[in-house]
Design a protein around this ligand. Sequence first.
Ligand code: DON
Length: 568
Amino acid sequence: MKGAHRRIPASRAWVCAVLAAVLIHPAHAGPAWGERGIAATVHPLATDAAINAFKHGGNAIDAAVAAALTLGVVDGHNSGIGGGCFMLIRLADGRFVAMDGREMAPAAATRDMYVRDGKADIKLSQTGPLAVATPGALAAYDEVIKRHGRLPLRNHLLAAAEIAERGFTVDSKCAARLRNLVSVFARFDGSRAVFLKSDGQPWAEGEVWKQPDLARTYRAIAEHGTGWFYGGPFAQTVGEWMKKNGGVLTADDFRNYRLKFREPITTKYRGFTVVTFPPPSSGGVHVAQMLNILQSFDLKSLGQNSADMAHVVIEAMKLAFADRAYWLGDPDFTNVPRGLVSPDYAKTLAARIRLDQVSVVAGHGTPERAADDVFGKHTTHLSVADAEGNWVACTTTVNSTFGSKVVVPGTGVVLNNQMDDFSVQPGVPNSAKLIGAEANAIAPGKRPLSSMSPTLVLKDGQPVLAIGAAGGPTIISQTLLGLIGVLDFGLSVDAALAGPRFHHQWSPDEVKIERAFAADVREELRRRGHKLVETESIGVSQAVARDPVTGRFTGAHDPRVAGKAAGW
Ligand code: DON
């Protein structure tokens, strides 16, 4: 299938896209290079931690964990040990590990725990004690280091603890975030102590923010092991605080937290092998599903960021997100059909896409053998690789900005609000406007559905790309667009991440689109029937790549944030 409507020559569209990206995102200054290793994260101190891990003899797994633990200190609104993560690892020997460190609902969680007088009160799933699910990130970091790292977890924890003690300079964005949340932080003693100064004011731009409690927590874990967190004083303190403050999370929930090793999803796209994260991520399923749909279209001939290309991709997004809302949930609790990622199912969906106008997607589709062939059951992404052939794509989160906004006094740890990723009531949108069904209803011990999509790409068996994103459901679209940029249009990682983005999640029926898109393209999309919601910026992605011929690494952070990519 090919679109013939108002085709822009691919070369012209490509030049426009890159130029637009450079103009809109002046931080776009070419990729970082490396021979022995590469890392890209949203914060310079976290990328430096990764490079330091390499310098001390660590591999990509060490570097990724060092970066993640540092992000928990300097970028705590996005991620930390009070949250969860998915880590997709390709080991030097060619094996893949999909480590699921996603949070679990507390044992006392119930399907209607946020329903008051018959109506879901989404404030409760988003802020405060009831929003918190049992964190999994630390357990995941510990496990991957034990199995595949070279340096002890302790080293990475102590390095990050030092930064927490010494402090870091608050930038304008961080200051604004803190300012906006003053009244919420003030509700919780522990949060007030961390985020507000003794005069009740938040840390301001240019000030050095020190986190002695978090440093002590990191040091205690370094000394006593993760048992201190999951089966010892930390869990006890949190459990007691929750009991007094209306939460349901207990010390037993921490003790009973279980990591899961998952089977990654693999699909073929334009001669590349794309490996991505399975449920309870919806990201991997739908990135693979959309790539399968897009196989039916020659995107390159439609033109990078042309209206034709954007139209086809938006239509694929709608179809995939309609399936997401119905089928996706924790595979240990609900049947998620494998057929969602089958090329045959994708062909039936591709056939529904019209090139000249929007299609009506009334609801989900039904892949083959939906009943019996099923998956065995604010955020940040970092990508790291080393010359031995170890690659890590890790997305980690406390969910929305500073998670539940709860820090239990004395711990310094921001607790997630991942419970809001469940469908709190059928048809009731969560903070990301996502709706869900039975598959993603709350149940004790269940993992909330995620959009996190850490993804690796191989060519002829050799890894060539690690990519992923932050930004709720737009993660899926960003990852898809990054993959299309590199795999269809041959862009370098920095150009692919700088390119303008769009996102459609089926419900609401609208396309979020960056203003960096050419005005005539936006106009043409409107003419075909798309409802556009223009925005300055969508999401944050980090990617690293390797040229299979020269062996040289490149890496890029998203130019929309002041991150850092570095090689060594
Ligand atoms: O797992 C998920 O899909 C969400 N909790 C991610 C949230 C997110 O990306 C917020 N960020 N910017």
